[in-house]
Design a protein around this ligand. Structure first.
Ligand SMILES: [Zn+2]
Length: 145
C-alpha cells in the first residue's frame, strides 16, 4: 500500500483593495486575483472580469485569464480605484470610515470683533460681540519659598 504524498501549501489568491485590511468595508470592496485552472483571473467573489476595460461576467468560462498573477494584479489595482458597491464608491466608503481630522478654529486676540473670529462664528456672543480671546495658558507653578 502506497502512502499519500505530503500536503503542500500554496498561495492561490491575492486581495486587492484601496481600503486597509482592517476596514469594516474591506471585504465588500476587495477584488481577488485568483488562480484558475488555466491561469489567473480577477473576481469579486461572485463575478469575473471579462475584459481589460472592466466588464464583468458571471460565466466562469468567459473570464479574462492571465498566465501569471502580475498583469492581473496591475489591472485589479486599477479597477480597485473605481470600485462601487451598492452605489457607493470606494472613495466615499473610505471617507466614511476615515473622516478627515480638522483642527478646531482658534479665537482671535481678545477684544477682536467676534464676527471676524472663526471660533466665535455662529456662537452669538453677548453684547458687545467681542471675541473673548484664546484660552489663558495654564498658570506657571509657584516657586517654592
Ligand atoms: Zn473668538
Amino acid at each position: 500500500m502506497t502512502q499519500p504524498p505530503e500536503a503542500t501549501v500554496e498561495a492561490v489568491r491575492y486581495a486587492v483593495s484601496v481600503l486597509p485590511a482592517d476596514d469594516i468595508n474591506f471585504n465588500a470592496y476587495a477584488l481577488y486575483v485568483q488562480r484558475r485552472r488555466d491561469g489567473w483571473g480577477i473576481t469579486d467573489g461572485a463575478g469575473w472580469v471579462e475584459t481589460r476595460t472592466g466588464t464583468w461576467t458571471l460565466d466562469h468560462y468567459e473570464a479574462l485569464t492571465f498566465p501569471t498573477p502580475e498583469p492581473a494584479l496591475a489591472l485589479a489595482q486599477r479597477f480597485a480605484l473605481r470600485r462601487t458597491v451598492n452605489g457607493i464608491s470606494v472613495t466615499e466608503a473610505y471617507q466614511r470610515t476615515h473622516p478627515a481630522t480638522t483642527t478646531p478654529p482658534r479665537h482671535r486676540p481678545a477684544g477682536t470683533n467676534a464676527e471676524q473670529c472663526p471660533a466665535c462664528h455662529g456662537t452669538n456672543p453677548d453684547w458687545p460681540f467681542l471675541c473673548p480671546g484664546p484660552p489663558a495658558a495654564p498658570a506657571a507653578p509657584e516657586e517654592p519659598q
